[in-house]
Design a protein around this ligand. Structure first.
Ligand SMILES: NC(=O)c1ccc[n+]([C@@H]2O[C@H](COP(=O)([O-])OP(=O)(O)OC[C@H]3O[C@@H](n4cnc5c(N)ncnc54)[C@H](OP(=O)(O)O)[C@@H]3O)[C@@H](O)[C@H]2O)c1
Length: 316
């Protein structure tokens, strides 16, 4: 277990991604995934109020609703649920009134009294940052939220958030959720990690598996043969450079009896400031790799070898 930043949130060092719940995993599959994750020691779940509004017939909130039903059915102890605001079709942006209304809607769907970790999902250039910072601070003061966090913010905007919170006496963020993995490294390492280290914030990176590419199941950029709705987003990484990373992961993983996916997540967990990578599973059989990733320790030489083979940034 590990702590997030300066918080007292004690977490398993792999967060279960929730965008699949109600989307690529139906309710029964989602329950099975959550059960397997929790039975294997997992306690940290990531979702957003907007998941999965992009799916046909969905309006947002489907993931939180399934998680809420699972929490009510299983009553698990010590589970930490993170959710996010700004992208739900009915609660767009980060104005004070919207943040409050969205948080209340999330609490209802999750069926909890307070949100353990509440992210500003994407920066909102239309709302003065001071208003958003104060709104998040007020949620903590009023007991709706335990800890504040930010996702997809630039380093400069995270610094501004912290300065405003310090000046106004609001709770500081404890975590940053960036897009970070072996095929998407440089901007995070250059700009976000230094802020996290300076202010003792943890990174909780998303797309830990590059939407499935870092499992090794996409060996060609031609995604047509793959049935998953994520295939197009994942297969684009199957360039010669991307496949060299897969080969390196396969070799290093073999030394640990671990899969490509588990090894990719173990590399991410070993990076500076990272508390727990986020990865999802759409099938219960995939959960074991996620759990294994939190238990294997790569050597310094193995991490350096993966650093070397992945020193590039894909086009998008
Ligand atoms: N803050 C943000 O803006 C943001 C953005 C995106 C995601 N997120 C968060 O990060 C989480 C993770 O991102 P993600 O779910 O999009 O992508 P991901 O974790 O990089 O990829 C997960 C996908 O890979 C496949 N997979 C997982 N384990 C596997 C295994 N052992 N073998 C083969 N395939 C496996 C599954 O897809 P298949 O169904 O194709 O098998 C699974 O859904 C999300 O659930 C969400 O909570 C946050």
């Amino acid at each position: 277990m590990t702590r997030i930043g300066r918080s007292d949130l004690d977490i398993f060092p792999l967060s279960l991604g929730g965008n699949v719940f109600g989307w690529t995993a139906d309710r029964d599959a989602s329950f099975a995934i959550l059960d397997a994750f929790h039975a294997g020691g997992g306690n940290f779940i990531d979702t957003a109020d907007s998941y999965s509004a992009w799916a046909p017939g969905h309006s947002g909130g489907e993931s939180e609703t399934i998680i809420g039903e699972w929490l009510a059915a299983r009553k698990p102890e010590n589970v930490v649920v993170a959710t996010k605001v700004s992208q739900h079709p009915d609660f767009k942006g980060l104005s004070a009134t919207n943040v409050r209304a969205a948080a209340e809607a999330s609490l209802t769907r999750l069926g909890v009294e307070s949100i353990d970790l509440y992210y500003a999902h994407f920066d909102d250039a239309e709302t003065p940052l001071e208003e958003t910072v104060t709104a998040f601070g007020d949620l903590v003061t009023d007991g709706l939220v335990r800890y504040v966090a930010v996702s997809n913010y630039t380093a400069a905007r995270i610094r501004s958030w912290i300065e405003l919170a310090q000046a106004g006496g609001s709770d500081l963020p404890v975590a940053i959720q960036p897009h970070y993995n072996l095929v998407h490294r440089n901007d995070v390492e250059e700009s976000i990690v230094p802020v996290a280290e300076e202010f003792d914030l943890s990174l909780v990176p998303y797309y830990g598996l590059a939407a499935g590419f870092l499992t090794g199941k996409y060996r060609s950029t031609d995604a047509v043969s793959q049935a998953s709705p994520r295939a197009k987003g994942a297969a684009k990484y199957a360039t010669p450079q991307g496949l060299r990373i897969i080969d390196a992961l396969e070799g290093i993983g073999a030394a640990h009896g671990a899969s490509i996916a588990a090894t990719a997540l173990a590399w991410l967990r070993a990076q500076p400031a990272v508390a727990a990578p986020i990865a999802s599973a759409s099938k219960v059989e995939q959960v074991d790799d996620l759990l294994t990733s939190a238990r294997i320790e790569l050597t310094a030489e193995e991490i350096a070898a993966l650093d070397r083979v992945s020193t590039w940034t894909p086009a998008s």
